[in-house]
Design a protein around this ligand. Sequence first.
Ligand code: SF4
Length: 348
Amino acid sequence: MNEMFDVNANNIHPLSTQLDRLNVADIGYYREKIKILLQQNNAVMIAHYYTDPEIQALAEETGGCVADSLEMARFGSIHPASTLLVAGVRFMGETAKILCPEKKVLMSTLNAECSLDLGCPEEVFRAFCNSHPDRTVVVYANTSAGVKACADWVATSSIAVKLIEQLDSLGKKIIWAPDRHLGSYVQKQTGADILCWKSSCIVHDEFKTQALKNMKVLYPHAAILVHPESPHAVVELADFVGSTTQLIQAAKTLQHKQIIVATDRGIFYKMRQACPDKELFEAPTAGEGANCRSCAHCPWMAMNTLKSIADSLEYGGINHEIQIDPLIIKKALIPIHRMLDFSAKFYI
Ligand code: SF4
């Protein structure tokens, strides 16, 4: 990596969100209400692995999907429902809307952000790209529709290494944005000439190297699985590095009976389904330098609740429905389609 661009020296953290916990009766009430509202709205639920277990379970139960951002985009684009209820963060809803502008895309709240997205403002990024016209612009899926509209390619963590390898083999010099840890990981794997934006995920940034080493002493036979949005020193300790879907697959196929996982704890819902016979542990976020937001759970993903999903289906409107300028949709569609075509080619 030959240069880093720090758009925002201050870390971006949301205000802590005090979420109302539902009692058992309320959970049952909202589950049934959502099922009826999904039918009435000709809607399908598309949930990310990092949402809470009751949301993932309901998406599965109602014929929706639980997936990573790449598969969420694919699923939404081919499903016949006229309304997509995206349980995740805003860039996921935006990607669904870009791929299916004729569909209504609803979310629990449009305030469900992502620190990577927030760390890469459209106007600053556009000026940055314009000052490097010789570079191919690759942006991570965790970006706004406007940033995607500036890009040549969109990538997810599942295809990032393969895509950059291919671009590098064609002699392309690259701008990578916005995740500096994933950019650094991809650069190390490929040796490509990458100019990297400097944003990060507030969840993965919190995994602690020394605490993870200490944990490995306690569980010497455990495999360590790490998402590449994590800091380099944590990635170095991994037995396997990959996207959320790849981590679930690895948990299943690795011989280890104990698995330590460095990504959002929401992933344990699907990971337990994939390998019910194994012991799964969260990688430590507490340790030297930890603070009150160290909980391995994305605060914006946590804004998705059964109640807020029911509200979005019942009321829709400006608080819940994704709207994007048609011109931005037209531009952003090009790099997103390239991503989908590329991933289909490599069967990832
Ligand atoms: S876990 Fe990190 S990358 Fe994922 S939505 Fe939250 S802040 Fe963004």
